[in-house]
Design a protein around this ligand. Structure first.
Ligand SMILES: [Zn+2]
Ligand SMILES: [Zn+2]
Length: 255
């Protein structure tokens, strides 16, 4: 898969962008920074956005993407996520108050946006990929994803603190090429990380031991909070892990 980083931080400055990752130019995982990174033509090419959870740093560009798509016309954009997250998006985001309900614009026969519900722990086919949502430990309903196609699979943690089921799913996945994994706060902010369902380098190091015989697999790290970027990077440099990389804006991988 062609994997491109549109945004990989847990906050925003001119040098930091919220999480969004583009697969093969067609599908985005999370929507923290899409419209600020893709041209109109690239936005029009998107078929689906798969959302890990309904926090603003992961959904906000659905607003501008839907608005632009409504004007561009063409096939509807699929927003795929788990039932609780779709419910939040309908009720609190595209609710005709905060932003228009693009699932009935221009009308219910020609929708700009269609929702696709991903049952938790079940694989669903979305635009050429098989997507398996696995519940993780965050402050709201949140899922990691195993994303597979004919070429192999990747795992995406979404936002999570220490968890178990994700590591079981990773262990069970035969053709996993990489894990895209969150880490947010420095070790000194352990309480904040715990309360907000995120990792520090120290909790991450402990989690990565659960990779077992997959410990040489590439682990691509994202979601560092801009305020703590340097501190977290220094601490990550000291943890014992085989194949960690901190993702940068614009990074592109064949996974
Ligand atoms: Zn979150
Ligand atoms: Zn987040």
């Amino acid at each position: 898969m062609d994997f491109r980083v549109l945004g990989c931080h847990g906050g925003e400055t001119p040098k930091h962008q919220c999480p969004a990752f583009l697969l093969d130019g067609r599908v985005c995982i999370d929507a923290g920074s899409i419209t600020n990174m893709l041209t109109l033509r690239q936005q029009q090419r998107l078929e689906a956005v798969v959302i890990s959870h309904a926090h603003m740093d992961h959904v906000r560009d659905l607003a501008f993407l839907a608005d632009t798509r409504a004007q561009q016309g063409g096939p509807p954009l699929t927003i795929a996520s788990t039932p609780g997250t779709i419910e939040v998006l309908k009720r609190h985001f595209f609710n005709d108050k905060l932003w228009p309900d693009f699932s009935k614009i221009p009308d219910t026969k020609r929708r700009t946006v269609v929702y696709k519900t991903l049952a938790i722990n079940k694989t669903t086919h979305v635009c050429g990929y098989d997507i398996l949502p696995i519940p993780v430990d965050h402050t709201v309903e949140a899922c990691a994803f195993i994303v597979r196609d004919k070429r192999g699979a990747i795992a995406y943690s979404g936002d999570t603190g220490p968890t178990e089921q994700l590591w079981d799913a990773i262990a069970a996945e035969p053709n996993l090429n990489a894990l895209i994994m969150e880490v947010a706060f420095p070790n000194a902010q352990a309480k904040l990380a715990r309360d907000s369902g995120h990792h520090t380098p120290k909790t991450l190091e402990k989690e990565l031991r659960k990779l077992g015989d997959k410990r040489d697999m590439p682990v691509l790290l994202f979601h560092i909070k801009p305020v703590f970027q340097r501190e977290v990077e220094q601490e990550l440099a000291r943890i014992k892990a085989r194949n960690n990389t901190i993702l940068r804006l614009g990074d592109q991988y064949l996974l």
